[in-house]
Unconditional design. Structure first.
Length: 72
């Protein structure tokens, strides 16, 4: 999945799928990390979330994942 090159008259300057390096013991803890990632990349600064979720790892831990792009 790729973000569009322009949005509402602004050009995409950055895009990534960020996978948190912090493994959490519960889904709820990973969701709190995702909330923090969202707060650090606000729409007011041009960030657009393409997808955001938590995933369970093979070791039973959880992590937050956010695919986002920034437009300026």
């Amino acid at each position: 999945m790729t973000a569009t090159t322009s949005l509402e008259g602004k050009q995409k300057v950055y895009e990534e799928t960020f996978k948190s390096p912090f493994e959490k013991d519960s889904r709820e803890s990973a969701l709190r990390v995702l909330t923090a990632i969202r707060a650090a990349h606000p729409a007011v600064c041009g960030w657009v979330e393409i997808d955001g979720y938590v995933e369970q790892l093979p070791n039973g831990k959880w992590r937050a994942v956010r695919h986002h792009a920034q437009y300026k």
